[in-house]
Design a protein around this ligand. Structure first.
Ligand code: NAD
Length: 436
């Protein structure tokens, strides 16, 4: 079977590489020539553990190809995945124009019967729209190929993407025809050897499942951030509360961590898109509106703590920032809380010395030379009046406290991810601020 993946970003690349690992002939397409050139030169354009090895192995075996030519990709293809971006539109709704463009191109170029699979996160009704675009394009060409449109939202987590794809909790597939169902079942069979975790449903429910999952996870985080605020006021410890409720099997331990806000390419835009979808249907998502408000507030919490520590006037202070990526395990800077903190620090007249194990280039492209990008975590802390930990990379978890104490101008840590225990900071001679 030959499959095509259109869009070679975080989702498209992982999808293509993982399918090629099962022996399929996979053609991965992108309009970004620079990205395709880099891939063809053996360089992975994103940081994602195990992905470079997977790409190298399958490219060398002749099963994985990268091109900007959609026509070549569609030649003899049985399945075409659409994995292009669906960024936030001006009004908060998902911008599906990239998906529509791809649907038009596929309709104009497909040479044979095809199953088109929408993997991008798209609002309810988008698969139906893709179907009607394909029908119109084929009619304009007087072509009568048979095609199906399936929904197959992606649930991978950046930083664990390959593993998530290879051993998914579940695979959600929305189909309208038996043919699409059979093709999708066959494609995912290699990942279902130990347990069948495919859930077939109608397309609208499948599209809705993806948004609901992200909205639920974002809700848990914002809820705990609200609880963390109250814990600070009443003298409780949110970490103990988290453990206490996480042991309840009805609640479970995941996504209950208070911190300096969620970011990334998915939660912020997907929560907004779901609110926008609801609005366009005359509904209000009261819970999600609050989730958003809490998250926006939470991204400012570290700066407020820093400012308060310096008597409300942090101007002229040097702040070291550890962690720039929106979470550990990725170089993705989209909606990263570090950007909100750094922006506030710079506006307040602070100097910023930053370090991230993998996101420095992407951060530099956004922040430019206003920030000093240090070669390592200790260099970032040199002469700093405060250290803010924004991304909980493992290498920050057990720092050399003595060395840090000697390097910093004053030993103060603002722990935005509750990585350090209060006692540890105190014993090392640091003033510590945590969330909740
Ligand atoms: N990143 C994640 O963790 C994640 C997880 C689950 C779902 N998703 C969803 O998957 C989709 C893709 O996300 P991503 O993070 O991979 O995006 P991305 O921005 O990393 O990649 C999108 C790619 O599509 C390419 N592209 C745009 N228009 C194109 C066209 N007409 N033809 C071919 N390529 C084109 C872009 O050049 C880019 O390389 C989004 O809808 C996102 O919400 C993302």
């Amino acid at each position: 079977m030959k499959i095509t993946v259109i869009g070679s970003g975080y989702v498209g690349l992982v999808t293509a590489a993982c399918f090629s690992e099962t022996g399929l002939d996979v053609w991965c397409m992108d309009t970004d020539r620079d990205k395709v050139d880099r891939l063809n030169a053996g360089r992975c354009p994103i940081y994602e553990p195990s992905l470079p090895e997977l790409i190298a192995r399958n490219s060398a075996a002749g099963r994985l190809h990268f091109t900007t030519d959609l026509s070549v990709c569609l030649d003899g293809a049985d399945v075409a995945f659409i994995a292009v971006g669906t960024p936030e539109g001006e009004d908060g709704s998902a911008d599906v124009s990239y998906v529509r463009n791809v649907a038009h191109s596929v309709g104009r170029l497909m040479h044979d019967d095809l199953v088109v699979v929408v993997k991008s996160t798209v609002p309810v009704g988008t698969c139906a729209e893709v179907e009607s675009i394909l029908r119109d394009e084929l009619a304009a060409r007087n072509a009568d190929f048979t095609f199906d449109v399936a929904s197959n939202p992606e649930f991978l987590k950046e930083g664990h993407a390959v593993n998530d794809f290879m051993t998914p909790d579940r695979v959600i597939i929305g189909v309208q025809s038996e043919r699409a169902r059979a093709v999708m079942a066959e494609l995912y069979r290699p990942f279902m050897m130990s347990a069948d975790r495919i859930l077939f449903m109608d397309r609208a429910s499948s599209e809705m499942t993806k948004y609901t999952a992200n909205a639920m996870l974002a809700t848990r985080i914002s809820f705990m951030n609200d609880i963390a605020c109250l814990c600070e006021r009443v003298g409780a410890k949110v970490d103990m509360v988290r453990r206490g409720i996480g042991m309840d099997q009805r609640i479970g331990p995941k996504f209950l961590y208070a911190g300096c806000g969620y970011g990334g390419s998915c939660f912020p835009k997907d929560v907004k898109a779901l609110i926008a979808t609801a609005a366009s249907h005359g509904c209000r998502m009261d819970v999600l509106e609050a989730v958003e408000r809490v998250n926006a507030r939470q991204k400012t919490v570290l700066f407020e703590k820093i400012s308060r520590h310096f008597g409300g006037d942090p101007a002229g202070r040097t702040v070291a920032v550890w962690g720039l990526a929106f979470k550990p395990g990725t170089d993705d800077m989209r909606e990263a809380p570090s950007l909100v903190l750094i922006d506030a620090l710079l506006k307040a007249g602070c100097r910023v010395r930053a370090f991230d194990p993998v996101a420095m280039d992407r951060a530099h492209a956004i922040l430019g030379d206003a920030v000093f990008f240090a070669p390592d975590m200790y260099a970032a802390a040199e002469g700093a009046d405060a250290l803010a930990v924004v991304t909980e990379w493992k290498q920050f978890r057990l720092p050399d406290w003595k060395r840090l104490h000697e390097l910093m101008a004053s030993p103060v840590v603002f722990d935005g991810r509750n990585v350090y225990r209060e006692e540890t900071l105190a014993q090392a001679g640091f003033t510590g601020y945590r969330i909740g």
